[in-house]
Design a binder for this molecule. Structure first.
Ligand SMILES: [Zn+2]
Length: 422
């Protein structure tokens, strides 16, 4: 953490109010400035050669995707910190110092820029970060993500890398596809980028034409390979991706008199595509999924009662019931239900055998304002800890809050916050 300690944004963990008052206006101003000059940095910087290209290190790696941090945000865990950005797009990368989890005297979070003279305005800031499809990942000790290619390139997207302190940024390889793909989510796993592309268009007769693809791109060559490709007239409700060894699991729901869900499993070694679920109307959304070591797929739902399911012989079989209003997240180490009711958040941690590990209030002490004015945008984690992204509903800020379960008690830590409205 030597480099991070030199960063200009210093915060004391006991000064929550100060943190919020200081950081929020700063971030808002920065992001406003970013909007004003968006597009300028990439071209200027890369054409001027300040972003080195073509790393000598092969991108082929055995690094596995971190299923525990699958979320609609850029979120990665290094040895020293969590690096985070509330969502895809052009923003400033933030860090949360993991030593703050042990010692309350550390400065816990700030902007990922180490230059004391930097005012963190616009694209010249070292923390400037453009991440397509929330792709940020840690592989072989370096950060990787997908951003836009330099201007004039034949291909719109490219893979970039940087050191874990966000220095030594490099253009690694262009992803060799064009605008026929609309990346919604990109995950790095074992030497490939996996791209979920949802392309919505309208046919000659005015009918909707939606094309859904799952494409892998080799990271050494950038060459794409289509794994799943189909057209539908129905709108997408939600999709999710998980990885287990050589297998890629992709689930998606369509709005068809309720939800029509499919679950595919593609084996990258045998190149076989298996359909594990199709025309499944059991649950509302396939957003939350866990793959066990033996290949069992768990999915959660927020029905009444909320239920944990597993996939068995082409069907979703209920295996654990929760009370109504809980939304069920099957994580690696525990099943976690989150409920928002009576203006409060509640959490219910259970083992996969059904034992209750914690059931009670999910505190929101680190967040400014009424719980009524924000919503839990996304939840990820492993079940011993969870990270909740709270989003204020009225164009307010995002908050990353980490909860750790120990000795039957929940410990809340603010990991970072960022302004909205840009
Ligand atoms: Zn800066």
């Amino acid at each position: 953490m030597r480099k991070m300690r030199t960063k200009p944004a210093h915060f004391h963990s006991s000064m929550r109010r100060t943190i919020k008052l200081k950081l929020l206006p700063t971030v808002f101003i920065l992001l406003f400035a970013l909007c004003a000059c968006r597009g300028g940095w990439n071209d200027d910087a890369r054409e001027a050669g300040t972003v080195p290209s073509a790393s000598s290190i092969s991108l082929h790696t055995e690094a596995d995707f971190n299923n525990s941090l699958y979320t609609d945000a850029s979120l990665v865990e290094t040895d020293e910190a969590f690096l985070l950005c509330p969502r895809s797009g052009s923003e400033l990368l933030m860090y949360f110092d993991k030593s703050a989890l042990e010692a309350s005297e550390a400065e816990p979070f700030g902007i990922m820029c180490g230059r004391p003279e930097c005012t963190h305005h616009g694209s010249s800031c070292d923390a400037y970060f453009e991440d397509i499809g929330c792709s940020l990942a840690l592989m072989n000790g370096r950060l990787y993500w997908v951003g836009r290619s330099k201007q004039g390139s034949e291909h719109p997207y490219a893979v970039y890398s940087a050191d874990t302190d966000f220095t030594d940024k490099r253009l690694e390889t262009e992803l060799k596809f064009g605008y026929e793909l609309q990346p919604q989510r990109i995950c790095f796993h074992r030497g490939s980028a996996y791209i979920v592309s949802i392309m919505n268009s309208v046919g000659n007769g005015g009918e909707p034409l939606n094309n859904h693809k799952l494409v892998s791109c080799d990271l050494d060559t950038g060459e794409p390979k289509v794994l799943i490709d189909y057209n539908t007239v129905n709108a997408l409700s939600e999709f999710t991706v998980r990885f287990k060894g050589s297998k890629v699991y992709y689930a998606e729901g369509l709005y068809v008199s309720g939800c029509d869900m499919r679950l595919y499993c593609y084996d990258t070694e045998t190149e076989e595509l298996e359909v594990l679920l199709s025309d499944c109307h059991t649950i509302e959304t396939p957003a939350y999924m866990r793959i066990d070591d033996d290949g069992t797929v768990y999915m959660g739902d927020y029905g009444i009662p909320a239920t944990l399911f597993k996939v068995l012989d082409g069907e979703l079989v209920p295996i654990m019931e929760f009370e109504k209003y809980y939304r069920i997240h099957p994580f690696e180490k525990a099943v976690v239900g989150i409920s928002f009711n009576d203006d409060k958040y509640y959490a219910w941690f259970r083992s996969y055998s059904g034992e209750t590990l914690y059931k009670g209030i999910l505190p929101t002490e680190t967040i400014d304002g009424d719980p009524e004015t924000f919503s839990a945008y996304w939840v990820c984690g492993d079940g011993e800890y969870i990270i909740v992204l709270y989003e204020a509903s009225s164009n307010g800020p995002f908050y990353f809050v980490r909860y750790e379960l120990a000795d039957g008690k929940i410990r809340e830590t603010l990991m970072g916050c960022a302004g909205n409205g840009f």
